[in-house]
Design a binder for this molecule. Structure first.
Ligand SMILES: NC(=O)C1=CN([C@@H]2O[C@H](COP(=O)(O)OP(=O)(O)OC[C@H]3O[C@@H](n4cnc5c(N)ncnc54)[C@H](O)[C@@H]3O)[C@@H](O)[C@H]2O)C=CC1
Ligand SMILES: CC(=O)C(C)=O
Length: 257
């Protein structure tokens, strides 16, 4: 039987890299997407060294035509398309009084635009291939509860939960599911950068910045990227077939609902 195919955006580092490696281990052929090929090539080699299959595709998720081209290249080279993980995102620190129009354009074009273009492109591929698929979007604990200093980012992640709910309803009839995952405080370059800036703005160190975010984690440890990849593997696999429109919080117990 041929492999199922998954595309992961922002797969060159952090959570996206962990998701891509986990899905490859679970038997998916994985398309690795980011703006630059270098980091993706390294991830591809590491996947192949473990016996997996990967394809490098460069695209800026803020650009609709590049996202469609990435999905089309994936179908052409890997022969199918079953799962998209709209993971790429950016998170500048933006205390409310500092927010500029450029901040809004930058964050919303990548975080929100990237999810919308990824959803459209995946849906077009599912229709063309004549089967449903799974769409999985990266939101955040900051998309469930407002986080100080992150007005633009946090609001963009609230929007992603909205898009997930709307598109889950729109695509359900075809059997396609749409879900989101909401990581907590994950040890990636993005989070270390936020901790540094928040600490610096307050005249404190990076550790203080990290604890500003980490103090409410019930399980009392920061998240590994693999914690998030485990949850995404569930959303990408058959055990989540009867789940749609949901946000799975993977935050060590920062919030309970
Ligand atoms: N690290 C954390 O604590 C948390 C992260 N998240 C979310 O998880 C996702 C992944 O985050 P991390 O791995 O921590 O971030 P990261 O900054 O370490 O990695 C993000 C990846 O996305 C890529 N990317 C950024 N803009 C892009 C664009 N326009 N087109 C294509 N690729 C682009 C980057 O090159 C990078 O490879 C993001 O959506 C983030 O908002 C959510 C909650 C917590
Ligand atoms: C970066 C992020 O999503 C946080 C702090 O939850």
């Amino acid at each position: 039987m041929s492999k199922k195919v998954a595309l992961v955006t922002g797969a060159g580092q952090g959570i996206g890299e962990a998701i891509a490696k986990r899905l490859a281990k679970d038997g998916f052929a994985v398309a690795l997407v980011a703006r630059h090929a270098d980091a993706l090539e390294k991830v591809k080699q590491e996947i192949e060294a473990e016996g997996g299959q990967a394809l490098v595709v460069t695209a800026d998720v803020a650009k609709r035509d590049e996202v469609f081209a990435a999905v089309e290249k994936t179908v052409a080279e890997l022969g199918d398309f079953n799962v998209i993980v709209n993971n790429a995102g950016v998170a500048p620190t933006t205390p409310i009084d500092t927010v500029t129009p450029e901040d809004l354009d930058y964050v919303y074009s990548i975080n929100v635009g990237g999810v919308i273009w990824g959803t459209q492109a995946a849906h077009a591929a599912f229709k063309k291939l004549g089967h449903p698929g799974k769409i999985i979007n990266a939101t955040s604990q900051a998309g469930v509860v407002g986080n100080p200093n992150l007005t633009v980012y946090s609001s963009s992640k609230f929007a992603i939960r909205g898009i997930t709910q709307v598109t889950a309803r729109e695509l359900a009839e075809e059997g396609t599911t749409v879900n989101a995952f909401a990581p907590g405080i994950v040890k990636t370059p993005m989070m270390y950068d936020i901790a540094h800036k928040v600490g610096q703005n307050a005249g404190k160190d990076d550790e203080w910045g990290m604890q500003t975010f980490a103090k409410d984690i019930a399980l009392k440890r920061l998240s590994e990227a693999s914690d998030v990849a485990n949850a995404v593997a569930f959303l990408a696999g058959p055990d989540s077939d009867y789940i749609t429109g949901q946000t799975l919080e993977v935050d060590g117990g920062m919030q309970f609902h």
